[in-house]
Structure formats: structure tokens, C-alpha cells
Ligand binder design. Structure first.
Ligand SMILES: NC(=O)c1ccc[n+]([C@@H]2O[C@H](COP(=O)([O-])OP(=O)(O)OC[C@H]3O[C@@H](n4cnc5c(N)ncnc54)[C@H](OP(=O)(O)O)[C@@H]3O)[C@@H](O)[C@H]2O)c1
Length: 408
């Protein structure tokens, strides 16, 4: 027994989720990440519900880095833009959006000058705008690569939302463009700046649970049953790839890597898409994968758009366990150690992760500091997701090189 307090309800839920993965094999129409169809276009969307805009703009701190926010959606407006206020070296210098009314409203609220508000058609003009030093790409995933490459061509640094892109070829294109332009590329993996996750990495490095035997992660939620791919990009193949794995399953994958400190040497996986569900005509409902590491540790990752909500990372070692629940959320993190060391952690406000990642890139731009979550990390993770889909498609274990490339 592990000594972990998993409730009976949680065990039943987990059992149900696992049964659906194993009972129904997916009909996968070819490699998911490589078959994203034609290049999708950027288009404006309505103002999300429940956005609260600042009552008055904040003045930029002298010497701070000016960012252009590209895509005024839910995450940009509700999480990231309000957090510039708490950053030391980053400010909002420009906005890029396909919705002119929203652009005007948000621009006024944040004090962005009218001549620093761009449509997608005007995007390349940022090259001449010296107020913009970095571009923060908060667009649907299928648009990340093209907008990043164009930002580098305009001479700007790039902070790109996760996942980096839909294919490893696109990730390589972005890395090459950054090198050519001699600009920084950072992937917005905010958990690397969140106190509980940072402490968890340190605990695992000092072997607080002994030798790691198992990691279990879950990133689960239920997509609105009335959603369709034309109005929700997260269930559209061209914009989202295979669905939940790229969206938030990537956090479970990340956790497995930074908690074990290892790269997997082989992967097995199952992906599931129910018949006759309009939400899952283009993406998977659920993906479950198992990663084996050189030490012998095994990680089991579950992610779904059709399961009761969960966001956990559990590490089970030979002398104890680390329980994170929720593990990678915006706030409300809870973390405890069980076994030889027993304690709960109270590590302050998890929302420092948002400003933390902004200032991290600004530090790299101003001082040349090394980037904790560079493009190479984004590429590594996209390669691993490609391996997960390849394993699900073939029904066999996929063996990996240490850089995450599939062994031929
Ligand atoms: N790090 C995290 O924890 C986290 C959390 C959530 C999301 N994200 C990432 O942030 C990015 C955006 O996610 P989101 O939740 O903000 O999405 P969202 O609410 O749907 O917003 C996306 C925005 O992108 C723009 N857009 C341009 N072309 C579009 C198209 N064809 N379809 C839909 N939108 C288009 C729109 O902005 P305009 O109307 O201004 O043009 C839209 O409002 C994704 O990469 C996602 O993975 C990260």
C-alpha cells in the first residue's frame, strides 16, 4: 500500500476513466500532430464573459520591457494581462487582435496608445514599432508557429504559450527563426515559476520520497456538451491537434519529467474518441499514456475533455509519497509529503507564477540570463506528444532517444 489517502469516490472515478481508455480503442486517422490540415487563419472573437478591465492604466516602470499581446482571449484578458501590474520589468506596450471593438476597449483600459493597436493584417508592422521589444503569443496553438516566426522576422523576442506548436517540425522552424534573428524564445510554462512546483522539484532532487517508483498525473475536465469545432478551437484539429493532451495534458507530461528529473526511454498509450459525440469529431476525448524511465520509474498520465475534473500529480517512492492536488492550477495549490517525512506545505501565493514568467523573459532580454523554459523544452514536449500518439496508433511501445525523438 502507498499510504496515500485517496477517497473511495476518487478511486471509483479513476477506475471509470481507466476502464474507458482500455475498453474502447481509438480509431486514429493518421498521426495526430502531423496531420493538422491546411494552415489555419487568425480571426477575431467576441469579448469573453466575466472579464474585468482595469479602472485606470498603470504607468510602465522605467527600463521595463514592452510586450505586444497577440490574441485577446480568455487567458490573456483574465490571467496574464492583469498580472503585468505585479511584474517588475515588463509592461504592455501594444495589442494585436482581430476584433476592433474589443481592441479599442481593452486598449483604452490598459492605456495602450491607439497607434500601438494592431489587427492581424497589420501584424508585420510591429517591426517598425520600437516600443515593442517582445511579443507574447496567446493565440490558439495552430497559430503559434507562424506568428512566432513573423515576430522574429520583425526583430522581436517571443514568449509563446504552451504547447509551443502542433508539430515538432514547426517547433524546429521557430527555434531556427529565433537563432537567425538572435532573439530570445521562451515557452510560457508558468508552473516553473510557481512556488509549490519549484519546491516539489527540489524535494524530488533531494529524494524526499526515496527512489521514485511511480508518478501519476491527471488533467481532466468536461467540455460543454453543446460545443462544436467551429466555435471552440480547442476541439478543432487544425487549431488544437489531438485535444486535451496538447491543452493541459502537457502539464502532466511536464510534471512527470521535472519530478523524476528523467527523460522516458519508452512510451505506451491509448487514445479514445467516442462515436456520435459532436465534441469529438476532430479531437480525442481522452488520452492515457505510460512512460518508462531509465531508473525503472513509471509515469501514468491521464488527460480528458470528458471526465470529472481533476488536476493532480502524485509521486510514489520507496520511502514516501508526494501528493499535489491541485498540482498545476492557477491557484489553490495543496501539497504534502507522506511516509518517512510527513508534512504539508504552505508556500505563499501561487499566482506569483504569472508575473514571474514575464519577468524571467525580461531578465533574459536585459541581462542575458538563461531561460528556464526555452524553445528546446517546448520542442522536447511536442516530440513526446508525437510519440504518445504514435504509440496509441500502433498499439506498441515506442522507444525514444534521450532527446525525445522516436527511435526508428
Ligand atoms: N498557460 C496556461 O495555463 C494557459 C491557460 C489557458 C490557455 N493557454 C494558452 O493560451 C492560448 C489561448 O488560449 P485561450 O484560452 O485564451 O483561448 P481563447 O479564449 O479562445 O482566446 C484565443 C484568442 O485568440 C485569437 N484568435 C485568433 N484566431 C483565432 C481563431 N481562429 N480561433 C479562435 N481564436 C482566435 C482571438 O483573439 P482576438 O479576438 O483578440 O483576435 C481569441 O480571443 C493557447 O495557446 C492556450 O493553450 C495557456
Amino acid at each position: 500500500m502507498t499510504g496515500i489517502n485517496i477517497s473511495r469516490r476518487r478511486l471509483i472515478e479513476l477506475g471509470r476513466a481507466t476502464a474507458s481508455f482500455t475498453l474502447a480503442a481509438a480509431a486514429i486517422p493518421g498521426p495526430v500532430l502531423a496531420q493538422t490540415g491546411g494552415r489555419p487563419g487568425a480571426r477575431g472573437r467576441p469579448m469573453p464573459a466575466n472579464v474585468s478591465l482595469p479602472s485606470r492604466p498603470t504607468r510602465p516602470r522605467p527600463g521595463s520591457v514592452g510586450y505586444a499581446i497577440v490574441g485577446l482571449g480568455d487567458y490573456a484578458l483574465k490571467q496574464m494581462m492583469p498580472r503585468f501590474d505585479r511584474s517588475q520589468r515588463s509592461h504592455i506596450a501594444a495589442l494585436v487582435s482581430g476584433n476592433p471593438e474589443k481592441l479599442a476597449r481593452v486598449g483604452d483600459a490598459y492605456g495602450v496608445p491607439e497607434d500601438a493597436r494592431y489587427s492581424y493584417e497589420q501584424y508585420d508592422r510591429i517591426a517598425a514599432d520600437r516600443r515593442i521589444e517582445a511579443v507574447y503569443i496567446v493565440l490558439p496553438t495552430g497559430l503559434h508557429a507562424d506568428f512566432a516566426v513573423r515576430a522574429f522576422a520583425a526583430g522581436k523576442h517571443v514568449l509563446c504559450e504552451k504547447p509551443m506548436a502542433l508539430t515538432s517540425a514547426d517547433c524546429e522552424r521557430m527555434i531556427a527563426a529565433a537563432r537567425r534573428a538572435d532573439r530570445k524564445l521562451m515557452i510560457a510554462y508558468r508552473v516553473h515559476f510557481e512556488p509549490h512546483n519549484i519546491e516539489a522539484m527540489a524535494l524530488m532532487q533531494r529524494r524526499a520520497v526515496g527512489n521514485i517508483r511511480f508518478v501519476r498525473t491527471e488533467q481532466l475536465s468536461r467540455t460543454d456538451p453543446s460545443s462544436t469545432p467551429s466555435e471552440n478551437w480547442r476541439i478543432s484539429r487544425t487549431l488544437a491537434g489531438g485535444g486535451p493532451l496538447e491543452d493541459y495534458g502537457i502539464y502532466g507530461l511536464q510534471s512527470a519529467l521535472y519530478l523524476t528529473g528523467e527523460m522516458p526511454e519508452s512510451i505506451t498509450a491509448t487514445a479514445f474518441r467516442p462515436a456520435n459525440d459532436p465534441r469529438f469529431t476532430e479531437v480525442f476525448a481522452s488520452v492515457a499514456s505510460q512512460l518508462r524511465f531509465p531508473s525503472g520509474a513509471v509515469a501514468q498520465l491521464a488527460t480528458s475533455y470528458d471526465a470529472h475534473g481533476s488536476n493532480i500529480a502524485h509521486v510514489l517512492g520507496d520511502t514516501g509519497a508526494l501528493i499535489m492536488d491541485p498540482a498545476t492550477s492557477y491557484e489553490g495549490h495543496e501539497m504534502r509529503l507522506e511516509g518517512r517525512e510527513r508534512r504539508s506545505f504552505s508556500l505563499g501565493d501561487p499566482t506569483v507564477q504569472f508575473a514571474g514568467q514575464l519577468d524571467h523573459l525580461s531578465d533574459a532580454i536585459r541581462d542575458g540570463a538563461a531561460i528556464r523554459t526555452p524553445g528546446e523544452m517546448g520542442l522536447r514536449d511536442v516530440r513526446l506528444m508525437e510519440a504518445i500518439y504514435a504509440a496509441a496508433e500502433s498499439g506498441r511501445a515506442v522507444r525514444l532517444d534521450p532527446d525525445g525523438q522516436m527511435r526508428r
